[in-house]
Design a protein around this ligand. Structure first.
Ligand code: GLU
Length: 270
């Protein structure tokens, strides 16, 4: 009997020791959720992280007092973003994360720091899809938990067949192999994937939504949101934002919509 109790207590102590180790390792660090598979935005490249979201995240982290080696990068797939913030797995998320009222029930946002638009990507020589009005009978791929998939279900449910994948890279593969006719998500994401496709895929270029990218944070942390918004405003003012856009869209034939970019990051505070 006693032996069992002692063994049980030991097991509990062990779990705490491991947990303590985990948090000690992260002490003085900031954990940031990004995409790992979106070229030009959040991309893991032989152990380093590159892209526009990564550059904005580094700039914000610096303004919050963290150097680059104090950043712990975590993969934040579209479907898991709210849960990751709610569970405290990450301190903030910069992962092409659109600000929406529905998501605001679960998390809070700073920003926007960028405005994209939902678009379509097709195989290079497919001329049958010129915009969202040509989707009748087509097979589309998008990502579970994204606004892109939600918009398709809302606006085109009766005319298209939607295949959902965990990430857009998987959708691009499905498009190459002819399993679907088009991939749909934000134009800037598609531009990066098309650029990485060696000419095999192209973006249609008829955006039909506004996707305001926010910095996801724990619900209600208005103090942090204000600090982040100041950092974004600085980044725009000192030219770093423009440089980050240029650096990360080079060769992708992408220009941000000048009507909405650069956005006013304090828009939500007003
Ligand atoms: N910006 C859209 C969203 O937040 C699509 C891109 C993504 O899945 O990250 O859902």
């Amino acid at each position: 009997m006693w032996r069992r109790i002692i063994a049980g207590l030991c097991a509990i102590a062990c779990v705490f020791a491991v947990a303590a180790c985990g948090s000690a390792g992260d002490a003085g660090k900031i954990r940031i959720g990004i995409k790992f598979d979106q070229p030009g935005l959040g991309f893991k490249k032989s152990g380093t992280y590159v892209g526009f979201d990564v550059d904005v995240a580094k700039y914000i982290a610096k303004k919050l007092g963290y150097s680059e080696d104090q950043i712990v990068w975590k993969e934040a797939p579209s479907k898991q973003r709210e849960a990751m913030l709610q569970n405290g797995d990450v301190d903030m998320i910069l992962a092409t994360y659109s600000i929406t009222d529905e998501r605001k029930n679960a998390v809070s946002f700073a920003g926007p720091y960028f405005v994209a638009g939902q678009d379509l990507m097709v195989r290079k020589d497919d001329t049958s899809i010129k915009g969202p009005n040509d989707l009748n009978g087509k097979r589309l791929c998008s990502v579970t938990g994204s606004t892109s998939a939600a918009t398709v279900k809302e606006k085109f449910a009766s005319e298209v067949q939607l295949m959902e994948q965990p990430g857009y890279a998987e959708c691009a593969t499905a498009l190459f192999s002819g399993i679907v006719d088009a991939v749909t998500t934000d134009d800037i994401i598609l531009a990066g994937l098309a650029a990485a496709s060696r000419g095999r895929l192209r973006v249609v270029g008829k955006p039909f939504t506004q996707e305001r990218y926010g910095v996801g944070i724990k619900k209600g942390d208005t103090k942090l949101a204000t600090k982040i918004n100041k950092a974004i405003a600085d980044m725009i003012r000192d030219g770093s934002w423009e440089r980050a856009v240029q650096d990360n869209t080079q060769g992708a034939h992408y220009t941000p919509n000048p009507k909405f970019n650069p956005p006013d990051p304090t828009e939500g505070e007003k």
